[in-house]
Design a protein around this ligand. Structure first.
Ligand SMILES: [Zn+2]
Length: 312
């Protein structure tokens, strides 16, 4: 009597299972799909540092994956950064901000989009920060702001270089003005790095946009980008709708930003650790020679150049 209903329900369940098993849809599947349509075995993608073997697309990665790629022998310590209140504005849009946070934490196994760690890169002590785009688009709120400032302070206190890997859409709308306040705060922190002559290298990964590129991400001593990363401020569609003009091909790709002088280098992920290590050794030698020159000046009872003379 109800056999057709039973059959129909069985068919529905089977269809749902098939959809779930599609590469890229199911988190438990062993396969994933790149935007070039290539179906890749997840383990192979991981071995290839999450870079598609066919189209060279550099896939987004978690903070821990980034640290594993960056630090010598995958040895590093994750720093415990300050934890401000989760939802200061009790923000609700289509869903509660608290609910979104809970979901992002479960998905990424991170407390916030930003993490800070300390270790060695090619034998040089360094503090590294990284953003995970899967955590609410890598958006910066008070927790990320506090993490960045903590990382900078730790680099200054331990006199080691600061490297930051961006992957973000910008500031977090759920924290309104509080998230915008992280822009000047992080800029002040970068200024402290400069005052203390701590090398600061920024690696822009896909995508790096919004308030982050309008603040700490574009203030490095050296700016590196991963191939094909989107680097910009406002989205291309918004710009196109505003200026009513068709944007050139490759607009806001790392390659076009490099051509226009916005960044210094494009480095594939597999070469990043070596490149950062070489750059750090050059920057630290420069710092060392500057410090030696200043000490000589002090010995000669000359006022060092960077000191402001006191008013009498
Ligand atoms: Zn691909």
């Amino acid at each position: 009597m109800n056999s057709w209903i039973t059959n129909w329900n069985k068919i529905k369940i089977r269809v749902k299972q098939i959809i779930k098993k599609q590469p890229g849809k199911d988190t438990e599947s062993q396969w994933t799909k790149c935007s070039c349509q290539e179906i890749i075995y997840k383990e192979d993608l991981q071995k290839n540092l999450h870079v598609c073997p066919k189209c060279e697309m550099h896939h987004k990665i978690s903070c821990r994956d980034r640290f594993n790629i960056t630090f010598d022998e995958k040895i590093y310590t994750i720093l415990s950064t300050p934890q401000p209140p989760d939802d200061p504005l009790e923000f609700v849009d289509q869903r509660k901000y608290n609910e979104r946070l809970r979901e992002a934490r479960k998905l990424t196994n991170q407390n916030d989009a930003m993490m800070i760690a300390k270790g060695k890169i090619k034998g040089i002590d360094a503090v590294c920060g990284s953003q995970n785009f899967k955590f609410m688009g890598g958006s910066v709120g008070t927790a990320s702001g506090e993490a960045f400032i903590y990382g900078v302070q730790h680099a200054i206190d331990s006199n080691c270089s600061f490297i930051f890997f961006t992957s973000t859409g910008g500031q977090k709308m759920q924290e309104g003005a509080l998230s915008l306040m992280q822009m000047p705060r992080t800029v002040i922190a970068v200024n402290e790095l400069k005052k203390n002559k701590i090398p600061y290298i920024v690696v822009l990964t896909n995508p790096s946009t919004g308030g982050v590129t309008a603040s700490f991400a574009m203030l490095g001593d050296i700016h590196i980008a991963e191939p094909l990363a989107t680097v910009g401020f406002a989205g291309a569609r918004v710009i196109q709708d505003t200026i009513k003009e068709t944007l050139p091909e490759g607009f806001q790709t790392a390659e076009s930003v490099l051509e226009h002088g916005g960044i210094d280098l494009i480095v594939p992920r597999k070469n990043l650790r070596d490149t950062i290590g070489s750059l750090l050794s050059i920057l630290l030698k420069k710092k060392e020679s500057e410090t030696t020159t200043e000490n000589v000046n002090v010995d000669k009872h000359e006022e060092p150049l960077h000191k402001t003379s006191k008013a009498v």
